[in-house]
Write a protein that binds this ligand. Sequence first.
Ligand code: ADP
Length: 257
Amino acid sequence: EFGDKVDVKSNDEFKVLANSFNSMSVKLNEVELQRKEFVGNVSHELKTPLSSIKLLSESLLLQDEVEEDVYREFLMDINNEVDRLNRIVTELLALVDMDKKQLVLDYQPAYLNYLIEKIIEQLKPLADQKHIRLNFFEDDSIQINIDKGKIKQALINIVHNAIKYTRDGGKVDIRVYREKDFAIVSIKDTGVGISEDNLQYIFDRFYRADKARSRNTGGTGLGLSISKQIVNLHHGTISVRSKLDEGTEFYISLPIV
Ligand code: ADP
C-alpha cells in the first residue's frame, strides 16, 4: 500500500502540503488498483483459451483411435483458440505501446475520405458475407494531420464492430464532415444495440456487453479501448449513442490543425 495518511494540525502551509500528499497517495492507490485489476483481467482472458486448448488436445491424446473427421474438428477448434490468443496478445501489445510516455505519433497530412475508402474496401468482403450494406456519404474531402496507421486502426475497429454486431441484411452508414475546426466521422449501424447499463463501460479494457456474442465473433473486448486511446492521443474525442435492438452510432471527432 502507498503511504499512510499524513495528518498535520499545525500551520496552514503544512496543511496544504499534507493535503496534496494525501491526494497523491489516493491517486497512486487508484493506479495500483487499476494495474492489479488489469493484470487479473489479462490472466483470465489468456487462461480461458489456454484451458480449452489443453482440454481439446488432452482428449485427443487420451483416445486410442480417433476418426479422422473428429481429429480435424478438434484441431480446428484448437487452431481457433490459438488465433484468439494471438489476437489478445497483439492487441495488448498495441495498448502497452500506446501507454508509453515517450510515444511519438507519426503525424502526416492525410485525406480522411481516402483513408475511409480504404477501410471500406478492406471490410467489404465481411459485410458482403452478411449481406450488410456499407454506405459512405462524404461531404467535401478533408485533409488532416494524423498518424495514418493509428487512425486507420481506430476506425477499422469501430466499422468492424458495426458489421459484427449487425444482423444479416442490415446496414452501416459512414459519414465524414467538417464541423468548425473538427473532422467528424460518424459510423451508424442498424445492429443489436447496447443497453444503457452497458453503454458507459464499452470503452473499458476487456469489457464486453454480451460475452457470448463477442466471443463468437472473435472479440477480445480490447478494440474500443484501443480506438479511444488512439483518438485521445490525437486530442480528439469519441462518443456513442445506442438503442437496444435498433442500432448504434459512434462519433469520432478529430481536430483539423
Ligand atoms: P469486442 O472485441 O468484444 O468487439 P470492443 O472493445 O470492440 O470489443 O467492444 C466492446 C463491446 O461493446 C462489445 O463486446 C460489444 O458488446 C459492444 N459493442 C461495440 N460496438 C458495438 C456495436 N456497433 N453494436 C453493438 N454493440 C457494440
